[in-house]
Write a protein that binds this ligand. Structure first.
Ligand SMILES: C[S@@+](CC[C@H](N)C(=O)[O-])C[C@H]1O[C@@H](n2cnc3c(N)ncnc32)[C@H](O)[C@@H]1O
Length: 611
């Protein structure tokens, strides 16, 4: 497979592996737990910090578990002010950091290399976090989308991983001051980890439904042509007469056409009352009653790769949404170009179910959380969000928007209400006077209720809208989240820098690195618990350790048969035992027979002990 080469690639290729693990430290003051609950890392999360470190910190708990990732990284336009400062051990990177072109700007001839170096390890971690049936959506513009596709082709290696490239119409009008062409759309790259991910169908829209104008006791239906474009010579079996049951008249297909159904299927259609003979039942041309509820997939539609603004919102809409909810924070819009809630909600509708985990590691104003909460409210779902934002506004913008979306907020602005929507068709246009009168009488009748009533033709329909300035309280969507900061590096070198670590610090470190799970509380050590520090589904983890050089050098610090007996007696669930100790007085074969995985305390400890 052809691959993209860029400056620095060899240095960042495996960088994600050397990024140290960090703990996530809950900040209860900035969290919004559910009533009566304490903030917990199991809740929705907003993490303040560089996503390279945050994603690594999430890995032990969320590797292979995230169902849907949406990211909106810096587009690399040259004026976003993003910096490349990953701590990659290489002279090239050090050189880059020394140079003044940080933040990365238009003058920087290596800006594409830097952007790719920034994205590579983050995408590698995102891929590791994704479930086997998970999917990632990335919004970009023409600055980097083509390079990003090459990167993603290389990181999502399976043939079936590339899933779609969507064009989202972010603007509804061209910019007349644009040099060259005025960009009207962004790209959304969609990659799945493997073939297990299949997109959902979308709910039908009003537009899909305009044809379904008829209704009888069996439901709502549209009338389809009963004939097809073949001749009697070509399809003699479809050329026969049918009877209108109301007039008893014998009817043949019009010249040069035949019925669209065989005689057998036609009789079945008669039996199932699927033939339309006009409003009065006396028509001379049959039609097929296509009921909405009988459509394949419940009539839901396959998502396309063209997302017009009517379907997925536009940038002005997104700015307005953010302005409405953060009216008292005018800086919000000068710092961020948000995405519309509708855009992300479309993604969630296509890619999640009610219990999915959704991750956005370039969170900005927190639109993804807002979309998750709003969709949960709509379908009573229980989707969970995890957001990461590096800037200091993670609290007063990202989290604050989510707090307001959850609890409700005061809104000052214009409320719009659609008072009439009449799809325009030939018969409506023939009766245009009646339609105009209808619109005008609504305008007259509602004039006192609204500040302004407008009549427009939009998407093939006559629309009457009322507008009113209001001060209102927008109802909260409900929900909760925990706010977390990144803790210090969990590396043994760091732990040992000041001599022997405490029992608690070492316990957290070994538990995290061995099981991938965080140890929130280290149990108090007693003579009875044989160094048990915690357990996971498959393991009970023991640590034989005291921060005391003499003790560590004594026989007391070694794993013995007596200790294994004690551990086994406590192990009522018959889990595997994982034991960390400085030494052992038992053979490996015997330990394996007793279900014990022995882990020698890291070499660094022996260095301190002077072994
Ligand atoms: C284009 S904005 C995202 C806007 C967002 N989709 C919304 O609707 O508000 C990109 C965000 O990513 C953040 N960001 C950039 N680099 C980051 C990093 N290394 N770790 C975490 N966040 C980062 C920026 O601070 C910025 O807020």
């Amino acid at each position: 497979m052809p691959t993209l080469d860029f400056k620095g690639k060899s240095f960042v290729y495996a960088h994600h592996l050397s990024v140290p693990f960090r703990e996530l430290i809950v900040d209860p003051k900035k969290s919004l737990p559910a009533k009566g609950q304490k903030p917990s890392l199991n809740d929705n999360l907003i993490i303040h910090g560089d996503n390279l470190h945050a994603l690594k910190a999430l890995l032990p708990v969320y590797a292979g578990k995230v169902d849907c990732i949406y990211i909106d990284p810096p587009y690399n336009t040259g004026n976003e002010g993003w910096c490349y400062n990953d701590n990659v051990r290489s002279p090239l990177m050090k050189e880059w950091l020394k140079k003044s072109a940080n933040p990365v700007d238009k003058e920087d001839l290596e800006r594409h290399d830097k952007w790719l170096c920034m994205m590579w390890p983050r995408l590698s971690l995102l891929r590791d976090l994704l479930a086997e049936d998970g999917v990632i959506f990335v919004t970009l513009d023409d600055n980097e989308q083509h390079r990003m596709r090459c990167l993603m082709d290389e990181l999502f290696v399976r043939e079936e991983s590339f899933y779609a490239q969507i064009a989202w119409q972010k603007k509804y009008a061209t910019a007349n001051d644009a040099l060259g062409f005025s960009p009207m759309f962004d790209h959304i790259l969609v990659y799945r980890k493997g073939a297990d991910f299949v997109r959902n169908l979308l709910e039908r829209t009003d537009e899909n439904d305009t044809q379904y104008r008829h209704q009888d006791k069996d439901g709502v239906f549209r009338v389809d042509n009963y004939t097809c474009n073949k001749t009697a010579d070509e399809r003699p079996n479809l050329y026969y007469s049918v009877i209108n049951p109301n007039t008893k008249e014998e009817i043949w297909p019009e010249r040069k056409r035949v019925w669209g159904y065989s005689k057998k299927t036609h009789l079945q259609n008669v039996e199932e009352n699927l033939i339309w003979w006009g409003k009065d039942g006396k028509g001379k041309v049959p039609g097929f009653k296509r009921y909405k509820h009988r459509l394949r997939g419940g009539g839901r539609t396959v998502p396309g790769t063209w997302w017009p603004h009517e379907f997925a919102g536009h940038t002005d809409e997104a700015k307005k949404e953010l302005r409405d909810i953060m009216a008292d924070s005018p800086d919000a819009l000068s710092t961020i170009t948000p995405k519309p809630i509708r855009l992300i909600q479309r993604i969630l509708e296509i890619a999640t179910d009610e219990n999915s985990i959704v991750l956005d590691s370039f969170a900005g104003s927190g639109t993804t959380a807002h979309a998750v909460l709003s969709l949960n409210r709509k379908d009573q779902g229980n989707r969970k969000f995890i957001l990461v934002e590096t800037e200091d506004y993670a609290d007063n913008l990202t989290a604050e928007r989510v707090r307001r979306a959850i609890s409700g907020y005061k809104f000052e602005g214009t409320k719009r209400e659609e008072l009439l929507r009449e799809p325009l068709n030939w018969s409506k246009l023939q009766n245009a006077d009646a339609l105009i009168q209808k619109a005008e009488s609504i305008e007259k009748f509602e004039g006192n209720t609204f500040d302004r009533v407008s009549k427009t033709v939009e998407d093939g329909a006559l629309v009457v809208t009322g507008e009113k300035k209001i001060t209102d309280k927008v109802e909260g969507l409900g929900g909760s989240f925990t706010f977390a900061e990144l803790g210090p590096e969990m590396s043994l070198d760091k732990l040992l820098a000041d001599g022997l670590p405490t029992f608690e610090a070492l316990a957290k470190y070994v538990f995290y690195t061995a099981t991938g799970q965080t140890l929130a509380d280290v149990p108090k050590q007693t003579a009875k618990n044989a160094g048990l520090i915690g357990e996971t589904d498959p393991y009970r983890v023991h640590l034989l350790y005291q921060a005391d050089k003499k003790w560590l050098q004594s026989n007391e610090s070694a794993l013995t048969e007596k200790l294994v007996d004690e551990m086994a007696a406590l192990n009522t669930g018959k889990k595997k035992l994982l034991v960390f100790a400085a030494a052992k007085f038992m053979g490996q074969r015997e330990l394996s027979r007793r279900g014990v995985d022995f882990c020698q305390l890291p070499y660094a400890i022996h260095r301190i002990l002077g072994d």
